[in-house]
Write a protein that binds this ligand. Structure first.
Ligand SMILES: Nc1nc2c(c(=O)[nH]1)N[C@H]1C(S)=C(S)[C@@H](COP(=O)(O)O)O[C@H]1N2
Ligand SMILES: [Mo]
Length: 316
């Protein structure tokens, strides 16, 4: 059960500033600079369309439901990343020397044009856009995170899935030298996740390389990480090195570790309790008390069509 000491929570930061005026000006300047997606040395990045986001700044202050963004400090200091630790705090410190460059992502399996990308390729071919999404962990906590990323669909279209491809399988880096958690036999490494191809093609599904306008830090899954906002957090696989199109439903690390606890779909659903955690409510990091959990984490309009005729209770 999750237990957060209130002293660990940074008070909510208010993102009003003169930046609001300056964004327009920097947009103009940025349009004379390189194309979107270029990484600057300070880790900030230009957005497609010429917008520029300084570290710690985003263009919106809430998500589309009006919920405040979680402060940056909480996002980078309260994590799940079992390759480094089963604890949630201090992962930034444990992972501070994690080597994220050079890094390659190979995309293959049942595709016409298998291809290996480096992170610069990805940022050039698929300029990052900003998306504010809720992240809901199955342990019962949640955050609102402004991501920089691009729809996975764009990458998949580039490699051309064959008609036999039904699922997408994702794999994280396997490197026990760098990731002490992988030296434990508790899980079958590497971390693996999967999506049905139509879930992967949904416009909400992102590959992300940034948070709050900065390059994503190791603890959050640098240099590239999946974000599927209507599913529980564990589907959002970090530090991805391999994506394969396959015919069979992939077995994720969590399905292999505890099949009675973790299903393939793992859609956020307040009506279906996890064996150890009720899912009807959640604690938004930075808030006191709990709030009600929303079906599909509030994205039903965009994704409910994917599950017509599927018993969502059965497919937790
Ligand atoms: N490779 C890998 N990806 C992972 C995890 C992990 O342990 N290893 N934890 C998952 C879980 S349980 C959650 S809730 C989210 C947490 O993401 P965050 O630390 O960026 O908030 O990452 C997910 N992705
Ligand atoms: Mo999680």
């Amino acid at each position: 059960m999750i237990n957060i000491n209130p002293s660990e929570i940074t008070p909510e930061y208010v993102y009003y500033s003169r930046r609001d005026f300056l964004v327009g000006i920097s947009a103009l300047l940025a349009s004379f600079m390189l194309f979107g997606g270029c990484r600057r040395l300070d880790g900030s990045s230009e957005l497609p369309g010429g917008g520029s986001v300084e570290p710690g700044q985003v263009s919106g202050k809430t998500d589309e439901l009006g919920d405040a963004l979680t402060d940056y400090k909480s996002i980078i200091s309260y994590n799940n990343f079992y390759e480094f630790s089963t604890g949630k705090e201090g992962i930034g410190e444990l992972a501070k020397d994690f080597k994220t460059s050079p890094w390659t992502l190979s995309v293959g399996g049942l595709v016409n044009k298998p291809r290996t990308f480096d992170i610069d390729d990805l940022n050039r071919i698929f300029p990052p856009e900003e998306r504010i999404y809720r992240l809901r962990c199955v342990e019962g906590w949640s955050m609102v995170i402004p991501w920089l990323g691009f729809p996975l669909a764009k990458l998949l279209k580039e490699v051309e899935p064959k008609s036999e491809a039904k699922y997408v399988r994702f794999e994280s880096l396997y490197d026990p030298e760098q990731m002490p958690g992988q030296r434990s036999g508790m899980f079958s490494w590497p971390y693996v996740e999967g999506l049905r191809l139509d879930e992967a093609m949904n416009d909400l599904t992102l590959l992300t390389t940034g948070i709050y306008g900065k390059s994503i830090l190791p603890q959050n899954g640098a240099p590239i990480r999946l974000v599927v906002p209507w599913k529980y957090g564990f589907k959002n696989i970090k530090s991805i090195v391999k994506i394969d199109l396959v015919t069979e439903m992939p077995t994720s690390l969590w399905m292999a570790a505890a099949p009675h606890e973790y299903g393939f779909y793992a859609n956020v659903n307040p009506e279906v309790p996890h064996p150890r955690w009720p899912q009807s409510s959640e604690r938004r990091i930075g808030e006191f008390g709990r709030r009600r959990t929303i079906i599909f984490n509030g994205y039903a309009e965009e994704v409910a069509y994917l599950y017509q005729g599927i018993d969502l209770r059965k497919f937790f």
